[in-house]
Design a protein around this ligand. Structure first.
Ligand code: AIR
Length: 191
């Protein structure tokens, strides 16, 4: 279901089954047209962004993962974002590190909702990525998530929430996900 431009050894392309997910949402006859684009600035971001890929797969949301750099491939970035709506995408996730302008550049070329995920960087531990992603000028919004893996997971969950506005089956999966999460906490016993 996930259509990937293989950033690096992608795995877990298949939707999980009921027995694997232990109460987690399960893909049911998902659409094959990608609704969410998971764009990252470098192949080196894939280890983090695979968590967005896995979360979308868990919810049965068709998506595409692709490497596009706002700085190293600026034409591709504008081309992709400009065509995204016509291709049927409804949400774009943009993840980059350092001078992380990817989400902002994508947002400049589309009115689709763009969710930014700052990558943990070597030099400044992701603070540079966070500020570069979140500090957009008024008029071109990017919804910025947390640095690294939590941001990758939450960007995917946020995308599912947006899609769930007119897809009751996704809303139901989100409810089941929250219930399973709470049940896990309630069952926690410290020894
Ligand atoms: N990056 C790539 N083009 C523009 C930016 N900001 C980011 C990538 C990655 C970091 O630069 O998103 O997080 C380092 O990339 P690399 O390819 O040198 O590992």
């Amino acid at each position: 279901m996930a259509n990937k431009n293989k950033p690096a050894k992608p795995k877990g392309k298949q939707s999980k089954t009921d027995s694997q997910s232990s109460g987690q949402p399960v893909a049911q006859s998902p659409s094959t047209t990608p609704l969410v684009a998971v764009i990252m600035g470098s192949q080196s971001d894939w280890d983090t962004m695979r968590h967005a890929d896995e979360t979308l797969t868990q919810f049965g949301v068709a998506h595409e993962c692709k490497v596009i750099s706002a700085h190293r491939s600026p034409s591709l970035a504008s081309e992709f974002a400009s065509n995204a709506e016509n291709r049927g995408f409804e949400v774009i996730i943009g993840a980059a590190g350092g001078a992380a302008h990817l989400a902002g550049v994508l947002a400049a070329h589309t009115t689709l909702p763009v969710l930014g995920v700052p990558m943990r960087s070597e030099a400044l531990n992701g603070l540079d990525s966070l500020l570069a992603t979140v500090q957009m000028p008024g008029g071109i919004p990017v919804a910025t998530l947390a640095i690294g893996k939590p941001g990758a997971v939450n960007a995917a969950l946020f995308a599912v929430s947006i899609l769930a506005n007119n897809r009751p089956e996704l809303r139901e999966k989100l409810h089941r996900f929250r219930e399973a999460q709470e049940a896990k906490i309630r069952a926690t016993v410290l020894s």
